[in-house]
Design a protein around this ligand. Structure first.
Ligand SMILES: [Mn+2]
Length: 351
């Protein structure tokens, strides 16, 4: 992921920014909510598989889980381009999520997801940049979400994706981002929405390492083999992370990332296409996945709030077998180096 180019202005003309606020409401019908709804909460699992070159440091994504209300979740993705400035891109995302976690339970927040991002952004002192998404479930079942950049969220009801966030970006692979430098976005740029969740709904929160490599239909099919129990939280998230990791290393896979690249005009030269070649491949990246399943709040044991930047998933074949998901290829099987003219992580291959 690219940082905003320095110095400003950006080298490419920016499209007009979208309206600063996008509100989406999924209505519950046939039900007087205050009379018939019980208190709801998430059971949450989290999995991280770092970029293969960043395993030792745990990658540059960060996330937090807080038990305030029905649960508060967040994911941030440190902008990797800052490494060229001798800055560890993980510092900004980790500090951003630490402040978000600290602010999650404050009275003034009142389930205001945009305010939570604002508090976290204002308090972050590290040099760098990050995309971020936060989701707050209040006890009445309303989900409040604010998103800056290309982290994402899906809501599944009866096993089907009924809502998906859209990435915000200046241009391909340069997402909206909080930044320590001028030109970055603020919480007022966040896409904000609310949804009335029901018991049995599932949300998937992740960095672009998940959504660039896994289509919604595959999120549905992957989660369909699991029930909604607390015990399966880890298995659900690990299955999605392992699938994303597998696709990210497959140079023949027509990923969401490669399709987006083609749509953005970054396709192969015409003469290669005449020869039958096609732009394919996943995006090798840090992969962070949080899955929250909505249950009655009273059945939950008291969880411990956690802030985690790098819980590494054991992606060995043994652990993958336990979730009945194909293991990712070993590092030796990673795609060859990608030509410079292609976006990072994309590889060309024969169709
Ligand atoms: Mn990423």
């Amino acid at each position: 992921m690219k940082p905003l180019p320095l110095p400003l202005p950006l080298p490419l003309p920016l499209p007009p920014p979208p309206a600063p606020t996008h509100v989406w409401m999924m209505r519950v019908t046939g039900c007087v909510m205050l009379e018939c709804r019980v208190e709801l909460a998430f059971v949450v699992g989290a999995s991280v598989i770092p970029h293969p070159d960043k395993v030792e440091k745990g990658g540059e994504d960060a996330y937090f889980i807080h038990d305030y209300g029905g649960g508060v979740l967040g994911v941030a993705d440190g902008v990797s381009g800052w490494a060229a400035e001798d800055v560890d891109p993980a510092l900004y995302s980790r500090e951003l999520m630490a402040h978000a976690s600290n602010a999650a339970a404050s009275e003034e927040m009142e389930s205001n997801a945009r305010l939570l991002l604002h508090k976290a952004h204002s308090a972050t002192c590290s040099i760098g940049a990050a995309t971020a998404i936060v989701a707050i479930l209040d006890r009445s079942g309303t989900l409040h979400v604010a998103n800056v950049g290309d982290c994402g969220l899906r809501i599944l009801r009866n096993g089907k994706v009924v809502f998906a966030t859209s990435p915000q970006q200046h241009y391909f692979d340069c997402p909206y981002q909080f930044s320590s430098s001028e030109g970055g976005q603020s919480a007022s740029d966040a896409a904000v929405f609310k949804a009335e969740l029901l018991k049995g709904d599932t949300i998937v929160l992740g960095s672009d390492g998940l959504f660039d490599n896994v289509y919604d239909r595959d999120i549905e099919s992957t989660l369909s083999v699991f029930g909604g129990s607390d015990q399966e939280s880890a298995e659900r998230t690990m299955a999605l992370a392992i699938l994303a990791n597998k696709h990210s290393r497959d140079e023949t896979y027509e990923s969401p990332y490669s399709r987006e690249a083609i749509q953005q005009g970054l396709d192969l030269p015409w003469w290669k296409k005449i020869l039958g070649k096609k732009l394919t491949g996943g995006k090798v990246d840090d992969i962070t996945v949080l899955v929250g399943h909505v249950v009655d709040a009273e059945i939950l044991p008291k969880p411990t709030p956690s802030l985690v930047s790098a819980d590494l998933v054991d992606s060995s074949p043994d652990s993958a077998a336990a979730t009945d998901v194909e293991a990712p290829p070993s590092k030796d099987e990673s795609p060859a180096d990608v030509p410079d003219q292609f976006p990072e992580g994309l590889a060309e291959s024969w169709a």
